[in-house]
Write a protein that binds this ligand. Structure first.
Ligand SMILES: O=C(O)CCC(=O)C(=O)O
Length: 365
């Protein structure tokens, strides 16, 4: 039966997502523990209780079905194949979902969701390891309050200036300029231009940027800041589509065998306000940086599997570093008055080309 489920599919890697009772989960976990070929992540699934398990098979060989069958033998679980299964799982709730094991051959390992701090709080996981393995990692309290204050004043003055100029344009003019781009409804990216480099260097000297160690560990000592800006969403802005900011130029064709070890570029996010359910935050999909976007976004998987994404609930003063290839999206800004601004800094090596984030035209003064 399992083999039929995946007949004529090319399996790169398979993940199974199960929502089940504690008892069944314990049984499965105890089997997994005897077998080091699986990775299992579990979390409690309130409010119905029980556990959510994500089992990741690192197996391209033929016996993955047999191993899966072994693992789930006797468990009251029905298996559902890939994409249809994802939809089913998203729609089903309560008891229906309890008996569902979702198997899919999406290349991104579905890690049962964790809170940002579950990953960052572990001392054994320095920032560079988090970014390498998950595609992102956070540093709490990275900026001292006075520095944050200065950065906020500077960035918001830029934003106000750009908004004033945009407002003076004839209605309907698309916001596509060299210093500002509309990213999605109610969401804009304002560049902090290169002639601001000195200002930024004073506001954020290397000694005040604790994420730089991870940047150098991942990109090498010659990595430089190649771009900076503020991405902001206006009150009422809806959630953005899932996307990655860019992709390693070598990656898509090299996947999966020769996926580049080093990220193409890294981005540091520095929120200017506390990010919560009202302001919205950026949600990240762990593991998606290792997979071409054509695979990871193929079935709109991150929308259908919110349990496998991580809400980037950062406070003002925190920093989050992410791989340019990681899939993410800005969530809706449900406030009435709060402009949610995030300063971003992009780091890369020489030769990095950022395709398509800004246009050529100059924004009139
Ligand atoms: O607004 C956010 O939280 C993130 C925005 C973003 O990811 C983007 O515009 O690419």
């Amino acid at each position: 039966m399992l083999a039929d489920l995946f007949a004529d599919k090319e399996i790169k890697r398979r993940c199974v997502y199960i929502k089940t009772s504690l008892q069944t989960a314990e049984k499965i976990i105890s089997r997994v523990e005897k077998n080091d070929k699986y990775t299992v992540r579990a979390r409690r699934a309130p409010p119905q209780g029980g556990l959510e398990l994500a089992i990741d098979f690192e197996a391209a060989d033929g016996d993955v079905d047999a191993r899966l069958a072994e693992l789930l033998a006797g468990a009251p679980i029905s298996l559902v194949p890939s994409c249809g299964g994802v939809e089913l799982a998203a729609e089903a709730d309560g008891a229906d979902r309890d008996a569902l094991a979702l198997t899919h051959d999406c290349a991104v390992p579905l890690l049962a969701a964790f809170a940002l701090d579950d990953a960052t709080a572990r001392p054994s996981r320095p920032l560079e390891a988090l970014v390498r393995d998950l595609g992102f990692g956070a540093l709490r309290g990275a900026l001292a309050p006075p520095r944050l204050e200065l950065l906020r004043d500077y960035a918001l003055a830029r934003v106000a200036d750009v908004r004033r100029r945009l407002a003076a344009l004839p209605p309907g003019t698309p916001a596509r300029f060299s210093t500002v781009m509309r990213r999605a409804a109610g969401r804009y990216d304002v560049a902090l231009p290169h002639d601001d480099d000195e200002v930024l260097a004073r506001l954020l000297p290397d000694s005040a940027a604790p994420w730089l160690g991870a940047v150098r560990a991942l990109l090498g000592d010659r990595a430089r800041r190649v771009k900076a800006g503020v991405v902001f969403s206006l009150p009422g802005a809806p959630a953005q589509p899932w996307h990655a900011d860019g992709q390693h130029p070598l990656a898509a064709d090299a996947w999966p065998e020769a996926w580049p070890e080093r990220p193409n570029a890294l981005c540091a996010f520095l929120p200017l306000v506390d990010l919560d359910d009202a302001t919205g935050y950026t949600t990240f999909w762990p593991g998606s940086h290792r997979v071409p976007q054509r695979e990871s976004l193929a079935h709109d998987l991150p929308t259908a599997t919110p349990w496998a994404t991580v809400p980037g609930k950062l406070a003002a003063g925190d920093a989050l570093l992410y791989d340019y290839s990681v899939v993410h999206r800005g969530e809706a800004n449900a406030t009435e008055h709060t402009l949610r601004g995030i300063v971003y800094l992009i780091y890369a090596n020489e030769g990095f080309v950022d395709s398509g984030n800004f246009a050529e035209a100059t924004l009139p003064a």
